[in-house]
Design a protein around this ligand. Structure first.
Ligand SMILES: NC(=O)C1=CN([C@@H]2O[C@H](COP(=O)(O)OP(=O)(O)OC[C@H]3O[C@@H](n4cnc5c(N)ncnc54)[C@H](O)[C@@H]3O)[C@@H](O)[C@H]2O)C=CC1
Ligand SMILES: O=C(O)CCC(=O)C(=O)O
Length: 389
């Protein structure tokens, strides 16, 4: 029985995906974590932990180096909540263009009779603009950014995208009318609205700061529905104070953004729809089961892709450092154990490599000895033995 520890509110419909071989509990010997936004950076990952699945996109709450050193695979659920973020950003574009926050709270501030008398008079206070023909800059054109860009096009906006790392697969999702910018400055310089949809990492910290804000035209509306820190909030506040940025919308609050008419902070609700939560939890549960039962890897954050049909009786999976001579050391241990290899595959990603070896016969007496011998190879971080039962 596999032990799965969950953190945060995980959609029950997703948890129902687990088969009877999985126990959901708070075990201190978990095989898997299924998480959302919990910050794991201060946690010591237990040695039993083979996989962390993040229901959602961002993995900045997961200590990736520690996980890799522990031999723990880390996955997210790409795209599972992208539509939810897209719809929220489109709603905010409409809110921004039509002064809708102020207009919608208007009736709450007046008595019924007063409203009926004043409506026609006061409506001029809430004049807006249309999105049709306005320009949106989208920084990051992955799962969320591509949906936002395409939806904005369908509203008649001009859309300029910037994403120097766009994958070939992701490029297929972007409408050809989205113009490509060569730099952030080029993307934002004529934009009425700027939205960022990039992962948080050391390269994207303060991606939008004073230089980029100064490159925007006065009156721009800025959106950060990615992560705190991608927009330099201190620089954004300076630009708001100068009247250069008209309004800043973000999903991530901090004290300097509080109590301002020109800032809207939503409480990290970008992915908070029933549909997105079910999608994410279901995808995460399936990922955990596939990895624990077959060792196969597709789109892990810290392991290379490796997909080998599991047809043999037994499978060894070995996570190790990406250094020379590992495969020969591993196979020589199997040779010493007099084992015939049915299938073998190896792949590497950055500093980490992963080897799968299938065998048809295995003497149970000596299997633990072999696991110990593989674990004793310097640079091996985790060995697992899988079988079909
Ligand atoms: N507010 C919320 O609740 C949610 C927030 N997010 C966040 O939104 C962001 C985007 O998520 P996804 O679209 O799913 O990720 P993704 O990985 O599908 O796309 C990110 C894109 O950013 C691009 N990129 C990376 N560095 C860049 C840079 N320096 N400049 C320009 N582009 C760059 C990548 O090439 C990629 O195409 C992430 O930070 C994620 O954590 C995602 C879902 C919900
Ligand atoms: O609602 C959540 O769990 C977080 C969504 C999010 O920020 C993400 O998927 O990166």
């Amino acid at each position: 029985m596999y032990q799965v520890k969950t953190y945060n509110a995980i959609a029950q419909a997703g948890l129902n995906t687990f088969t009877k071989d999985y126990a959901l509990n708070q075990s201190d010997q978990p095989d898997a974590y299924l998480i959302r936004s919990v910050n794991l950076h201060q946690e010591t990952l237990p040695k039993s932990l083979k996989v962390i699945a993040r229901a959602g996109a961002g993995v900045n709450n997961v200590p990736l180096e520690a996980a890799t050193a522990n031999g723990t695979a880390v996955f997210n659920t790409p795209g599972s909540n992208a539509n939810a973020v897209k719809e929220l950003v489109i709603a905010l574009l409409v809110i921004a263009s039509r002064n809708l926050m102020a207009a919608a709270s208007y009736s709450a501030e007046h008595t019924e009779a007063d409203v009926s008398q004043r409506t026609e008079h006061d409506k001029t206070k809430f004049n807006g603009t249309e999105l049709l023909g306005k320009t949106l800059a989208v920084i990051g054109l992955g799962h969320v950014g591509s949906l936002v860009a395409n939806a904005a096009l369908s509203l008649g906006m001009n859309v300029i995208g910037y994403d120097p790392y766009l994958s070939a697969d992701a490029a297929w999702n972007i409408a050809k009318q989205v113009q490509r910018a060569a730099s952030i400055k080029d993307a934002v310089k004529d934009a009425d609205y700027v939205t960022v949809h990039v992962p948080k990492n050391e390269d994207t910290l303060h991606l939008i700061s004073t230089t980029e804000l100064n490159a925007m035209q006065p009156g721009v509306n800025l959106f950060n529905y990615s992560r705190i820190g991608i927009v330099d909030n201190a620089a954004a506040v300076t630009a708001l104070n100068a009247g250069h940025v008209a309004h800043y919308y973000t999903d991530f609050g901090e004290p300097q953004l509080a109590n301002r008419q020109d800032v809207t902070v939503t409480p990290h609700i970008g992915g908070s729809t029933i549909e997105a939560e079910v999608n994410g939890a279901t995808q995460a549960a399936k990922t955990i089961m596939t990895y624990l039962e077959t060792g196969n890897v597709k789109a892990a954050i810290n392991l290379p892709d490796l997909n080998v049909p599991f047809n043999a009786a037994y499978r060894f999976t070995v996570i190790h450092e990406n250094v020379p001579n590992m495969v020969s050391q591993i196979t020589s241990k199997l040779a010493t154990a007099n084992l015939n290899i049915a299938t073998m595959a190896n792949a590497a990603k950055d500093k980490t490599a992963y080897t799968i070896i299938d065998v048809d016969d295995l003497d149970h007496q000596s299997s633990q000895q072999l696991i110990d011998a593989l674990n004793a190879i310097p640079a091996v971080t985790r060995v697992r033995l899988l079988s079909h039962n």
